[in-house]
Design a protein around this ligand. Structure first.
Ligand SMILES: Cc1cc2nc3c(=O)[nH]c(=O)nc-3n(C[C@H](O)[C@H](O)[C@H](O)COP(=O)(O)OP(=O)(O)OC[C@H]3O[C@@H](n4cnc5c(N)ncnc54)[C@H](O)[C@@H]3O)c2cc1C
Length: 291
């Protein structure tokens, strides 16, 4: 199917883009990679009257670390940029694990991390990863910029807290309180598919103690799930087989899976538990692992 008729604008500055969004109100949509928006328009699940394509705006395609380790990902940084990033490979294990698991190379070449957060698909991988890392989104509108924690940015399936005249200009990952570890595991029916179940784990450890933990779940609820109780159970103590089992159980309890053609709710919950154990066990001391 073809999309319904729309006006297309490709401004060259953020100011111009925000003016266009203000003019278009609820009928305007930002387009970044177009990898979720265009399919929705072709199916006519979305019929915006105005598309504001931000691809001609310079200086949004970066990802870089500040001196204190804060990671900033611009609105036009593609999944493929993150997949090939030495910075992520060296400093962000959870993000580095997730990047190659998103869709296929064609989608990764165009789609953006920030666009994925804005799209708020319960099966979107980046929202779980950024939630586990305690990240936030920087929104810019006519009245300036504001920072929104991702856990509060995604409010439901395909819903976020942006105003119609705001653009998400950047995602921000705070610096680690210690050594960062963790990863992302995704159960998919075939390579390139959306997650049947995805689990993001982010740990920050110092002197053998977990300083901060984040666990978030993909595809097992109406939106991305922050498994806060599971993460909190790990903080402030050394990682042990028992604490891992407890966190995995709490994460499984936080999941809200539904039985569908991909598997039963019980199977998906079991996979959450399994993935949490698998990811956290990588950080166990060898003696503890052997026990
Ligand atoms: C075949 C296929 C397979 C896929 N598989 C996966 C997968 O396995 N895992 C996964 O996570 N994703 C998957 N995706 C989705 C893909 O990751 C998209 O790139 C992503 O969801 C949206 O990013 P985008 O830049 O393409 O956003 P767009 O499609 O341009 O926009 C998506 C939505 O976000 C809004 N938006 C985008 N950027 C901004 C911004 N800067 N400010 C305000 N609003 C904005 C748009 O208005 C729109 O509502 C798949 C897509 C396809 C087509």
């Amino acid at each position: 199917m073809y999309p319904s008729r729309f006006r297309y604008e490709a401004p060259r500055s953020l100011g111009e883009a925000i003016s266009l969004l203000t003019e278009g109100g609820d009928e305007a949509k930002v387009m970044a990679g177009g990898q979720s928006l265009v399919p929705l328009m072709k199916l006519r699940f979305a019929s915006p009257e105005l598309i504001v394509d931000i691809n001609n705006i310079g200086g949004l395609d970066y990802h870089r670390a500040d001196a204190d380790g804060t990671l900033r990902i611009g609105a036009l940084c593609r999944h493929a940029d993150l997949e090939r990033s030495d910075l992520l490979r060296d400093t962000q294990p959870t993000m580095a694990a997730a990047a190659p698991l998103i869709a296929d190379p064609l989608v990764r070449n165009r789609g953006t991390l920030v666009g994925s957060l804005c799209h708020a698909d319960p099966q979107g991988d980046w929202a779980s990863v950024v939630t586990a890392l305690g990240g936030s989104v920087i929104a810019q509108g006519p009245n300036g910029r504001r920072s929104i924690p991702v856990a509060g940015f995604v409010t439901g399936p395909f819903e976020n807290t942006l105003e119609p005249d705001e653009i998400a200009v950047e995602a921000v990952i705070p610096p680690a309180q210690g050594t960062r570890s963790g990863g992302y595991l995704k159960l998919e029916r075939r390579v390139g598919d959306f997650a049947t179940v995805g689990v993001a784990v982010a740990l920050e450890t110092s002197g053998g103690t977990v300083k901060r933990a984040g666990i978030a779940l993909t595809g097992v609820g109406g939106s991305t799930i922050a498994a806060t109780a599971a993460a909190d159970a790990l903080a402030g103590q050394a990682l042990t087989t028992e604490s891992i089992e407890q966190a995995a159980e709490l994460a499984a309890q936080a999941a809200r899976p539904r039985t569908d053609h991909r598997g039963s709710a019980e199977y998906k919950r079991h996979m959450v538990r399994t993935f949490v154990v698998r990811l956290l066990s990588r950080d166990l001391e060898p003696a503890e692992r052997a026990a």
